[in-house]
Design a protein around this ligand. Sequence first.
Ligand SMILES: [Zn+2]
Length: 200
Amino acid sequence: MFKVTRSDKPEDWTNSDYTDPVVVKQLKKDFLSKCYLCEQADFGNVNVEHFVPHLNKSEELRTDWNNLYYACSHCNGIKGSRHKELLDCCEESHNVDTAISLEAPSVPNGKIILTNTLTNDSDLFELTNKTIALLEQCYNNANSGNQQISHQYLKEKILEEHAYLQNLRFELKKGLNRLIQREKDDLVERISNMLKRACK
Ligand SMILES: [Zn+2]
């Protein structure tokens, strides 16, 4: 997960429609165009997700700006109203960027491995476990036809980025004594840009 700094509620959002383009546009900017759960960027199936489910059609929760999150339909469908107690990427103290480590699968059909990095005396330990339970489904669940396609697509994107990074590292390591400085600098810059992109 990644941290999000939420802007104030858009002043030109004056109706009660949480899918209003004004809302979606601001969320997209705040969430760096990424689904807050699976972290894929620039996806087509954008959903405005309610962090706290608006059960019983609570108008307050439904239109509360601070309860609206940017997500893809795959993750929104999995989260539904079943997953309620989660780490909050908009809450600075939750340290969502370090509480969970994500490991790409070592074989093409393997699962993405999520690990709780906190010690069990941490206040956020249980919340992190519950978040991992949801993310495991977002990353690895392929029960329905649609989910299977999204799951496969997501995994391929992660594997692709992982393979590219490994390749750059290998090229650099192999060429340490052979490459001229400019070529080494170029490789280091490409690796650094990739890591910056991943941490954005
Ligand atoms: Zn997603």
